[in-house]
Design a binder for this molecule. Structure first.
Ligand code: URA
Ligand code: ZN
Length: 400
């Protein structure tokens, strides 16, 4: 087996736990997503079809037990798994609260009873991100109770969340006690999209899932999610907020040790960060809220390496690494060192999404992301090993 410094760790990999799948199955007749319907195949077999996005074809449901098989097929030693979108967003507060606690216990049970990487190490093959009941009308004490629960479950090292918070986005002041508790517990927040952006931007041509997934998802992580795309119970007039709005709210000044991991390499934020900084500079009311140049805060983030291309990975690592130069306005230094930026980037696959057309093939979403890491100009062998696994071992404190 590989030494710990060579382990391949997948930090962006999802699961529909049996209890969650049962809930979706119980919604088979529901008018609105999400739900699972059981269809009969032409061969007469029963097949679970999952529908989580409006206007999307259904997908076949990948069972939890396939995770280890997928990992083995691709040489993935460790996975930090998260419940897939749309989490608990569509449930009333009391049900979301109960289910969050149960699903967190379920995930702990799966990870703790799963195999270890080898007989000579304590490192398990499965760790997890827990879930918070982030829905309208949930109480702060319920959220804090679940943060506390996650922090006591040894195989849960963080929590996944969407961009809507409790209905008013992530820069909602009501969430400040939650950020404080997450920071204190040392949990990693995995920020992941679900809603995309206003679908009217995609035009009338049928481009399948390409525009919502290729652009809508990363734009949502960057800043905003659609008001009307889904029928969940949210206050419709308010836009929702993600990474940029979190930065503008001063969250990283208030909670400097908060560890936020952004899906899909932070979407458009790396490419737009200097423009963001310039717009802030020209708006004194916003500038006065922040202690640092906007580019500084990008260096506080962790990003998955799910870009499918080496040039994008290299660029993102440049942007992350230069942030240290923006710690104070007086000492701006624009020297970027991609190697430094690589230390905040972590391999991911987005399994079970983007499956290959034939079950025997390796998944392109794995091989392309691995090839991209291997081909980044200016990353040393050590940097690449870091992105493939060592950075995750450090971020999630996974020790042998
Ligand atoms: N599609 C989804 O709904 N979720 C993902 O994480 C990726 C693709
Ligand atoms: Zn994902």
């Amino acid at each position: 087996m590989s030494p710990a410094s060579k382990l391949l760790v997948d930090i962006h990999t999802h699961v529909y736990l049996p209890r969650y799948a049962a809930l979706l199955r119980s919604r088979a007749g529901a008018a609105a997503v999400p739900f699972i319907r059981t269809n009969t195949t032409p061969e007469g077999l029963a097949e679970d079809r999952l529908l989580i996005l409006d206007h999307e074809p259904s997908e076949s449901l990948t069972s939890w037990s396939e995770k280890l098989k997928f990992m083995d097929k691709h040489g993935i030693d460790v996975s930090v798994v998260s419940t897939a979108n749309p989490w608990l967003d569509f449930l009333p507060a009391s049900q979301a609260h109960t289910l969050a606690a149960e699903l967190n216990d379920d995930l702990e049970q799966y990870c703790s009873t799963g195999p270890s990487v080898s007989s000579s190490t304590q490192i398990k093959r499965l760790y997890g991100f827990g879930l918070l009941p982030l829905v309208p009308e949930i109480t702060t004490s319920a959220l804090l109770e679940i943060v506390n629960q996650i922090s006591t479950l040894p195989h849960l090292r963080g929590l996944i969340m969407g961009t809507r918070g409790i209905g008013n986005g992530l820069d909602d002041e009501a969430l400040e006690p939650v950020w404080a508790a997450i920071e204190k517990a040392g949990l990693v927040v995995f920020l992941h999209p679900h809603y995309g952006v206003d679908g009217s931007a995609w035009g009338d041509k049928d481009n399948g899932h390409v525009l919502p997934l290729a652009l809508g998802f990363p734009f949502e992580t960057t800043t905003v999610s659609s008001k009307y795309h889904f029928s969940f119970r949210i206050r419709p007039q308010r836009e929702m907020k993600a990474a940029t709005r979190l930065i503008l709210s001063g969250v990283f000044d208030k909670f400097p040790n908060l560890r936020l991991l952004l899906a899909h390499s932070g979407g458009a934020l790396p490419a737009l960060s200097s423009r963001l900084a310039s717009c802030i500079d020209h708006d004194p009311a916003v500038a006065s809220r922040l202690k640092h140049d906007a580019r500084y805060y990008l260096g506080k983030l962790y990003l998955d390496a799910v870009t499918y291309g080496p040039e994008e990975l290299g660029f993102v690592s440049d942007v992350i690494s230069r942030s240290a130069g923006y710690a104070s306005v007086a000492s701006v230094s624009k020297v970027a060192n991609r190697s430094t930026g690589s230390k905040r980037m972590l391999f991911g696959t987005d399994h079970p999404f983007f499956p290959p057309l034939s079950a025997t093939e390796k998944w392109k979403s794995v091989t392309e992301n691995l090839e991209a890491i291997a081909s980044v100009q200016g990353w040393s062998k050590g940097d690449k090993d870091g992105v493939r696994g060592r950075n995750a071992l450090a971020l999630f404190n996974l020790q042998g």
